[in-house]
Design a protein. Sequence first.
Length: 438
Amino acid sequence: MSTAEPLATTPLKVAVLGCGTVGTEVVRLLTDSADDLRARIGRPLELIGIAVRRAGRERPGIDPALLTTDAEKLVSSGADLVIEVIGGIEPARNLILTALKNGASVVTANKALLAQDGSTLFAAAEEAGVDLYFEAAVAGAIPIIRPLRESLVGDEITAVIGIVNGTTNFILDKMDTSGAGFAETLTEAQDLGYAEPDPTADIEGFDAAAKAAILSSLAFHTRVTSADVYREGITDVTSTDIASAKAMGCVVKAVAICQLTGPDANGERAVSVRTHPAMIPRHHPLASVGGAYNAVFVESKSAGRLMFYGPGAGGPPTASAVLGDVVTVARNRLRGAAGPGESSYAARPISSIDTVITRYHLSLEVTDVAGVLATIANCFADHGVSIQTVRQQGRGADAQLVIVTHPAPDAALSATVESLRELDVVVEVTSVMRVEGE
Ligand code: NDP
Ligand code: HSE
C-alpha cells in the first residue's frame, strides 16, 4: 500500500493575521481558488483562523466562525503557514516571531516592519529553518522581490529606481493634468479612496522610504533600514513646480533611487538611498507611469536595464503577490526545503545625501535690473555649481529666472540655494527640485 494518498490529502494549516483591504482578498483567494491551489501545491490548504482587531465588524464573504481577536493564540495553534497582513510594527513583529519560533513559515506584506527590523525576522526564520517571504511588501502585484532575491542574484545590480508609491503618483499625475494645487488634489484622492484618511505615510515619503530600504538591501546585499533612507515627501510640491517642469519638457514624480556608488580610492563601494520628488524628462519611461501605478527599473552589470510595471496597491493585486508567496512557501515546506534567507554579507556603508550627485531646477523671482544675472551666476560659481541653462520669463516685477544646473554634489546645490535666498536681487526662490533621469 502506498503512503502517498494520506500524505497528499493532509492539509497545510494556514492562519491569516488581519482581514482588511489585503486580508479580505487573501481569504477570498484562499477560498475561491482552493482547488487550483491544492493542484499547484500538491496538498490542500486549510484556513484555520483569521485574526482581527474588531470582532463585531461586518465582513461580507468571511466565515465568522474563522474570526478571532486572539492573534497570539492563533499563531500558536499549529499553523504551517502564517500570513501577516495587519501592518505596522507591533503586534505584527511579535506575532511573526512567535509564528517562526513555532515552526511556521511566514508570508507578510509588511514593508514598515521589514524595513525597520527585517534582520531580526530573517534571523528567526533562519534559526527555525522556515521561510519568510514578502513579495507584496514592495510595489503590490509587481514581481520585484523574487527577481532581486533569485532571478538576478547572480548579477551585480548597480541601481534600482522606481515609482513605488501609488498614492503620491496618483496625486502628482492629477496635479500635472489638472493644474490644481497639492491640497485640493489630496482631498480628491482621499474622496476617490486612493489616499488614506491619514495620508502621512504616503505623502511624507515614509512608505516609499521603507520600500527603498527593502529594495536596496536585496539589490546590494547589505542591511539598509528605513532610517538610512534620505526622505522628502510631496507636500511642498506646488502647481508652480509642476508648471515649471512642464515648461522644460519634464513631469514631477516621487521617485525612489537606490544606487551602488564607487568604488572610491580605497576600492570601497557604498549605497545611496533616497526618495523625493524630482523632475523627469517626459520621454523617460518613468514619466509615463500614470495614476496609482508603480514601476521599478533595475540596472545591472550583465542583464542591463530591466523594467517592472503594474498595479502597486489595492486588495486584489496585493493578494495576488501574497498568494504567489503562499504557493512557493507551501511547496518548499513539502520538500523540506526553505527559500533564500537574508543576504547582507557585503555590509556596505550608506552615503550621505550631501555626496549624491544631482542636478537642480530652480525658479527665482528676481529684480529685473542690470547685473542681476551676473550676481546670481557668481553665487552658483562660489559653490562650484555649474549652470546648464538660464531662461528669463517676464519683465520688471514679474521677472522669473529658471535655472537648470549641471550635476553637482547635493550639498553644494543646497548651499547655493541658501545663498541665493540671501541675495538682495532675489525676491523669492519659488521652486527648487532635483532633476533625474537624463
Ligand atoms: P488594513 O488596515 O485594511 O487592515 C488591517 C487588518 O489588521 C484589519 O483587519 C485589522 O482588524 C487587523 N488588525 C489590526 N490590528 C490588529 C491586531 N492587534 N490584532 C489582530 N488584527 C489586527 O490594512 P491593509 O490590508 O491595507 O494592509 C495590510 C498590510 O499590507 C500592511 O502591512 C500594508 O502595508 C500592506 N500592503 C497594503 C497594500 C494596500 O494596497 N492596502 C499594498 C501593499 C502592501 P479590523 O478589521 O478588526 O480593524
Ligand atoms: N499606500 C501604498 C501606495 C500602498 O500608495 O502605494 C501600500 O504600500
